[in-house]
Design a binder for this molecule. Structure first.
Ligand code: ADP
Ligand code: ADP
Ligand code: ADP
Length: 214
C-alpha cells in the first residue's frame, strides 16, 4: 500500500505511522525525522534545513522533494510506504504524482487526522523526543516514559524540540492552514481522502485508521 498521512503538527502522525507501518508491513517515511537526523549528523542538508525548521517554515521544495524521492527509491519502499509529513504543499503533491506516474504507481489513500487546535497545542507542549532517534516520541502526561527524561526504547535522552516552543507552534499551525491543508482538496479531487478523528487513546485511533484503510 502507498499511503499519505496528513494532519496538523501534533496530531499524532508519527505516533500512528509507527503502528500503521508495522501493521501494514511498509516503511514509515517521515521527512521531519529525516531532516532531524541530518541536523544531528551536521550534514549540508541538515545545516540548510535547520534555519527553516527553527522558524517554523517549510524547508524549500527542491531539497525536500529530492530527499523524499531518494528515500522512496530505497529497496524497502518498493512495495509500498507510509508518508508522514510529505507532501506538505500542493507543489510537493504534484511532484509526488509525477514520481509515482513515472514508476506506474498510485497512492491508495490519504489519511487525514482531524484534531481540534486546543488538543494539538496540549500534545505539542508535552511532546518529548529521543536524541538518538526522533521517531521515539513521548508525552509528559499522555505517554510518560518509565523514567523521567529517558527513552524507554533505547535509553537515549529525551528533549523538547526547539520548534515545539509556543511561538514556533503558532507559526507552524499557520503554515499548516495556508500551505498544507490545500493538499486535502487536491487529493479529494482524486477521491483518495479518508478523514478520521485522532482524539482518544492511541490504540483507538490506530483501530479507526486501520478500519478506514480497508
Ligand atoms: P505529529 O507527528 O503529528 O506531530 P506526534 O505523533 O509526535 O504528532 O504526537 C504529538 C504528541 O502527542 C506526542 O507527545 C505524542 O506522544 C502525543 N500523542 C500522540 N497521539 C496521542 C493520543 N491519541 N492521545 C494523547 N497524546 C497523543
Ligand atoms: P510535526 O510532526 O510536528 O508535524 P515534522 O517533524 O513533520 O513536524 O516536521 C518538522 C519540520 O520539518 C516542519 O515544521 C518543516 O520545517 C520541516 N518539514 C518536514 N517535512 C517537510 C516537508 N514535506 N516540506 C517542507 N518542510 C518540511
Ligand atoms: P488513565 O485513565 O488510564 O490513567 P488517561 O485518562 O490519562 O489514562 O488517558 C488515557 C489515554 O487517553 C491516554 O493514553 C491518552 O492517549 C488519551 N488522552 C488522555 N488525555 C487526553 C486528551 N485530553 N485528549 C485526547 N486524548 C487523551
Amino acid at each position: 500500500m502507498r499511503i499519505v498521512l496528513v494532519g496538523p503538527p501534533g496530531a499524532g502522525k508519527g505516533t500512528q505511522a509507527a503502528f500503521l507501518a508495522q501493521n501494514l508491513s511498509i516503511p514509515h517515511i517521515s521527512t521531519g525525522d529525516l531532516f532531524r537526523a541530518n541536523i544531528s549528523r551536521q550534514t549540508e542538508l541538515g545545516k540548510l534545513a535547520k534555519s527553516y525548521i527553527d522558524a517554523g517554515n517549510l524547508v524549500p521544495d527542491e531539497v525536500t522533494i529530492a530527499m523524499a524521492k531518494d528515500r522512496m527509491e530505497q529497496p524497502d519502499a518498493e512495495n509500498g510506504f507510509l508518508l508522514d509529513g510529505f507532501p506538505r504543499n500542493v507543489s510537493q503533491a504534484e511532484a509526488l504524482d509525477e514520481l509515482l506516474e513515472t514508476e506506474s504507481m498510485q497512492l491508495d489513500a490519504v489519511l487525514d487526522l482531524e484534531v481540534p487546535e486546543d488538543e494539538v497545542v496540549k500534545r505539542i507542549a508535552g511532546r518529548r523526543v529521543c536524541r538518538n532517534e526522533s521517531a521515539h516520541v513521548f508525552h509528559v502526561t499522555y505517554k510518560p516514559p518509565a523514567k523521567e527524561g529517558v527513552c524507554d526504547v533505547c535509553g537515549g535522552e529525551l528533549y523538547q524540540r526547539g520548534d515545539d516552543s509556543e511561538e514556533t507552534v503558532r507559526k507552524r499551525l499557520e503554515v499548516y492552514h495556508t500551505q498544507t491543508e490545500p493538499i486535502i482538496d487536491y487529493y479529494k479531487a482524486q477521491g483518495l481522502v479518508v478523514t478520521i478523528s485522532a482524539l482518544g487513546k492511541v490504540e483507538d485511533v490506530t483501530t479507526r485508521a486501520m478500519e478506514a484503510l480497508k
